[in-house]
Design a protein around this ligand. Structure first.
Ligand code: NAI
Length: 470
């Protein structure tokens, strides 16, 4: 066809899929192809059951798919035909080798660069969408230079700031779009080309342009600051419980100061998700490799506080339940790392569950969007929990079809994801079906504690004044 521009995105995951769907919707004259090495992932994008759940995503995909949005495994042909290539592949924390447990693995980015260098016969703009360590663009550029057909490549950094659960809204109306590129005539021209894509729907003043390294670093810093707010309020939640202050009141009071702001001050069992921890570790590793020990240690505390909050919560469950949960049934409400997503990567829930399993509790898990298969994969992947480490794992973890089934006969309920529907259950009915005393531990502060008390629950919520007998 007579396209304004041909875009291809390598990586059809949580970022690539929704981002390209929104570009396709907002730019009907741009041809957008999303490619992946995983055939099953591409098949799912081409089916009725999309591989990821995001509110509003299905509609956007159905509107554009087959018109100007295509999902394909024909990586070579799509890349060869493209003008602009987004690289949106996963960059997980390295598990082994140099920087294990901290550094981000940029192997997939390099493989994409090699593929682009191999199959390209015309000039292209390559856009890093993945979150990468600073100066990755330099490596990408040098790999691209191995192309021997005399082609020019420009490398841009365009980190993604969408949040899972609100990805479509975030992409339709982004607070800002950040584009970094080389500050040379060719670099600036490439930046302008990408600016024009976003300018189809994003006001120009919200499209920030800068140099490559500032752009790459800004993504790591943005996530570090966001996670730091969560760890900061969570640290105060522990103090609130010790002093009879109420963390929600403290958050309200400090959040009214416009210099602090009210968002992201919700105390909880801890942050999760594929990005916060990975990106902070990446930042810490970066600081360490430049000899900035104090800076590294400063940001590392954000992760330490998060680990503390997760283990504090599971320890508290055990201690409140008369110091033993062995053989007790505990209903787990929520396994996703936050509401409105089925994503379980680094979810706080899996760590709390693991700790309870090590105490030999029996878990009845209910999550509106997470399958049993996914839960068991996450147990193994995030915590190394398998039949070997926890004998009988398959019988100790029961996945329930509904919350009432999960809670039936249980000694306790732990709320680990803030799904809206959890607020509206019939807690009287739930209480009546439980073993007594019936405990409820709200790790997300979403339930009405006074009402739970009236029903008869032994209730606990993060950062709330302690019950006198506790
Ligand atoms: P994901 O794991 O959901 O998707 C990555 C996809 O890339 C997978 O489907 C994988 O098969 C594919 N892939 C890997 N190597 C490939 C290759 N050589 N060629 C083609 N496809 C390949 O990852 P997700 O969550 O979309 O993240 C992607 C990047 O975006 C990461 O760097 C992440 O840090 C960053 N990011 C993620 C956000 C999120 O909320 N998930 C938000 C902002 C940035």
């Amino acid at each position: 066809g007579d396209w304004e521009l041909r875009i291809v995105c390598m990586g059809a995951g949580y970022v690539g899929g929704p981002t390209m769907a929104v570009i396709a919707k907002k730019c009907p004259r741009i041809r957008v192809a999303v490619v992946d090495i995983s055939t099953s992932q591409i098949d799912a994008w081409n089916s009725k059951d999309l591989p990821i759940y995001e509110p509003g995503l299905q509609e956007v995909v159905e509107e554009t798919r087959g018109k100007n949005l295509f999902f394909s495994v024909d990586i070579d042909a799509e890349v060869a035909a493209a003008d602009l290539i987004f690289v949106s592949v996963n960059t997980p924390t390295k598990l082994t080798g140099i920087g294990a447990g901290r550094a981000a693995n940029v192997k997939n980015c390099e493989l994409c660069a090699r593929k682009i260098a191999e199959v390209s016969t015309s000039s292209k703009i390559v856009v890093e969408k993945s979150t990468v360590p600073v100066r990755t663009a330099d490596a990408v550029r040098r790999v691209l230079a191995t192309n021997d057909k005399g082609i020019k490549f420009q490398v841009l950094s365009n980190p993604e700031f969408l949040a899972e659960g609100t990805a479509i809204d975030d992409l339709m109306d982004p607070g800002r779009v950040l584009i970094g590129g080389e500050q040379t005539p060719d670099g600036l021209a490439a930046i302008e080309k990408l600016v024009k894509v976003y300018a189809h729907w994003v006001p120009r003043e919200r499209i920030l342009t800068t140099n490559l390294w500032s752009s790459e670093l800004s993504k790591l810093v943005a996530n570090a600051f966001l996670a730091q707010r969560v760890s900061s309020i969570n640290s105060i939640s522990a103090l609130c419980e010790a002093t009879d202050a109420d963390v929600s009141e403290v958050a309200r009071a400090i959040g009214s100061d416009h210099r602090i702001g009210s968002k992201f001050l919700q105390a909880s069992v801890g942050f999760g998700g594929s990005c916060f921890q990975k990106d902070i570790l990446n930042l810490v590793y970066l600081c360490e490799s430049f000899g900035l020990e104090e800076v590294a240690e400063y940001w590392n505390q954000v992760i330490k506080m998060n680990d503390y909050q997760k283990s504090r919560f599971s320890s508290l469950i055990v201690s409140r339940m008369f110091n033993t949960v062995t053989g007790k049934r505990i209903a787990i409400f929520g396994f996703a790392f936050k509401k409105d997503t089925g994503d379980t990567r680094e979810t706080a829930s899996v760590f709390v569950c693991r700790n309870l399993l090590e105490e030999r509790a029996r878990l009845h898990v209910f999550d509106p969007k997470v399958t049993r298969e996914q839960m068991m994969l996450e147990f193994e992947y995030s915590t190394g929990t398998t039949e070997k480490t926890v004998p009988g794992l398959n019988e100790l973890v029961i996945t329930a079809e509904c919350p009432y089934e999960a809670a039936k006969g249980a000694h306790a309920i732990a709320i680990l994801t803030e799904w809206d529907e959890f607020k509206n259950y019939d807690y009287q009915r739930i209480y009546d079906s439980m073993a007594k005393p019936a405990f409820i531990f709200d790790g997300r502060n979403i339930l009405d504690q006074a009402k739970l008390g009236q029903i008869g629950f032994e209730h606990y919520a993060i950062g709330k004044p302690r019950r006198k007998e506790w």
